[in-house]
Design a protein around this ligand. Sequence first.
Ligand code: DC
Length: 234
Amino acid sequence: MHKKHCTITIDGPAGAGKGVVSSLLARRLGFTRLDTGAMYRAVSLHALKQGFELSGNIAKKHLEDRLQLLLAGIEIEMDEKRVRLNGEEVSQAIRRPEVGMAASFISQFAYVRQKLTELQRKIAQSTDLVAEGRDMGTVVFPDAQCKFFLTAKPEIRARRRWLQLREQGIEKTLEEVLKEIQERDRADSSREIAPLKMAPDAILVDSSYMGVEEVVNTMYEHARQRMANFSTLS
Ligand code: DC
C-alpha cells in the first residue's frame, strides 16, 4: 500500500540559517533533508561553466530556451553531505557567492522552476522530508503537514554569511555581503513566479536573537504537535 510521507517545509531569505536548522531538525526527526537551493545552484553552476551570462538585461526568452536544453542534459544527485552534477562532485563549488547570485537569477524562469519542482515532489514521495528553500510551503508542498518561515534581520544574516564565507577562505567585506543579501532578497521576493513569501499557514520564526539550538527546539515542538494533529485527523 502507498504510504503517505510527512513533509515539513522551511522557507526564508538568504542567510536566515535554513541550512543548519533544517539539517538538525531532520536528524532529530529521523527525516531526510532536502536543500532545494543547492539544486538551483547546481543548475546555475552548470550554466556558468557553459558560458551563459546570468545577470542584467539579457534577452530572457533566448536564455530560457537555452536553459531548457541545458536542463535536459543535467542529472543532479544529492545526499545529506554531497551534491553531484552529472557525476561530478560540486558541493563546494556551488557555495560560491557568484553561483548564489546566478541561482537567484535563473530561478525566475518558469521552465527551471517547473523541472526542479517536479524533482522535489518526486523525492517527497519516497521519504519523510524537511524541505528548505523559498517556495516550499507556498508552491511545491502546499499540503505540507508543518510549515515554517525562518527569517532574521538583514544585518544579522549578512554577518552570519560573512563568517561562513571566511571559514571557506572567501574574503569579502561585510558591506559587500550585506549588499548581495539585500539584492537577493529583492530579486527572490519580487519575481513573478513563486516569489519568496510566507505561506498563510506557516509558523514565523525570527532567529535574529536566537541560537541554533533554540530555533531547532522551537521547530521540533511545533512539528511534533502538527504531526500529532495530522495523524489523528487522517
Ligand atoms: O538557499 P540558497 O541561498 O542556496 O538559494 C540560492 C538561490 O536559489 C536563491 O537566491 C533563490 C533560488 N531558490 C529558489 O528560487 N527557490 C528555492 N526553493 C530555493 C532556492
